[in-house]
Design a binder for this molecule. Structure first.
Ligand code: FAD
Length: 289
């Protein structure tokens, strides 16, 4: 293994539950943490040469990992954590690497009196994961604030300046997000903090923050709000093993302690079937790995 990855930080048989907010799933054959683009490219090259699959992980807040784990290389962006301000005439520019999580980014922005992303305070993901998923809340989504993103596609670095997106989905397929330039605006430090706290308090009030989860399991579809339908169907509290539909927010499945991926999958299938009988087609927002 050491020979294969040289000096790059790689762990073998790494338990993936430690790297997700659901705290579910088996081990990764390899868990690689590249320090820079050069190392990232080396890992991609090794995967190609040895015909090994890879998967990119941010903060693991939107994924369900199989109990059998992942027989390939998980690539983590933990070390891609730089943030810098750049000045533009008509906006406040912020350069952010893909592994920066939205908590830290918001705190950095607040410290520097930069406003715009307060709505995202409390989403437990990285900026890379947020762009890939087009994360959003409170009538905003990350795509509104993108000036440019830098990706690796087919081994080459590419800048993207035009964005089309849909609800909880980006136009990106196999692009690897390295960094983003955000367009934000200057604000008052105190007001920014008040807004951030307002948003996170709403989350804490409405969402089951005290249990591991992967956020909303299903996508909203126009007027169809899965959480409301699940509630109306009386499914709150329905449980398979240690996986349970949250009493606090019916769109969330929580891990009560020792939930297995198979419990979550059975519960999801059960919800989908009951919803389908009632005339609603639910589509998962979470990603299965
Ligand atoms: C309590 C809770 C509340 C949440 N609230 C919200 C909410 O309000 N709004 C919302 O939209 N989501 C919400 N989520 C879901 C989740 O936090 C977001 O989707 C988040 O943006 C995922 O980021 P991540 O870094 O955890 O991505 P991960 O879960 O690690 O990965 C998600 C996807 O992004 C890909 N990815 C990750 N990094 C990169 C990269 N650098 N390049 C290319 N692809 C990459 C992964 O391969 C995967 O396909 C919530 C989740 C939880 C647990």
């Amino acid at each position: 293994m050491e020979k294969l990855f040289g000096n790059i930080s790689v762990k073998e048989n790494e338990p993936l539950k430690e790297h997700t907010t659901f705290k579910i799933g088996g081990c990764a054959k390899f868990f690689a943490v590249p320090k820079n683009i050069k190392e990232l490219k080396q890992i991609l090259e090794i995967c190609k040469t040895h015909n090994m699959p890879y998967f990119l992980i941010g903060n693991g807040s939107n994924i369900l990992i199989k109990d059998e784990g992942y027989d390939g290389v998980i690539i983590s962006f933990k070390e891609f954590n730089d943030i810098k301000i750049f000045k533009k005439r008509d906006f406040e520019g912020v350069y952010v690497e893909s592994g920066v999580n939205l908590f830290n980014l918001n705190q950095f922005l607040q410290n520097n009196s930069i406003s715009g992303l307060e709505w995202s305070y409390g989403i437990p993901g990285t900026i890379g994961g947020a762009i890939k998923m087009n994360a959003g809340a409170f009538n905003h989504s990350i795509f509104e604030f993108l000036e440019e993103i830098t990706v690796i596609k087919n081994g080459k670095i590419k800048k993207i300046k035009e964005f089309k997106s849909e609800y909880r989905n980006s136009f990106l397929s196999d692009e690897i997000i390295i960094s983003a330039k955000l367009k934000l605006k200057s604000g008052n430090m105190h007001d920014i903090l008040i807004k951030m706290n307002e948003f996170i308090n709403i989350r804490k009030e409405k969402q089951p923050y005290n249990f591991p989860s992967a956020g909303s399991i299903f996508k909203r579809n126009n007027e169809i709000i899965p959480a409301k339908i699940i509630d109306d169907l009386g499914l709150k509290g329905l449980r398979m093993g240690d996986a349970m539909i949250s009493h606090k927010h019916s769109g969330f499945i929580v891990n009560l302690g020792n939930a297995k991926a198979i419990d979550v999958i059975k519960l999801i299938n059960c919800i989908k079937q009951i919803a389908a009988y009632a005339g609603f087609l639910f589509e998962e927002e979470i990603i299965y790995l």
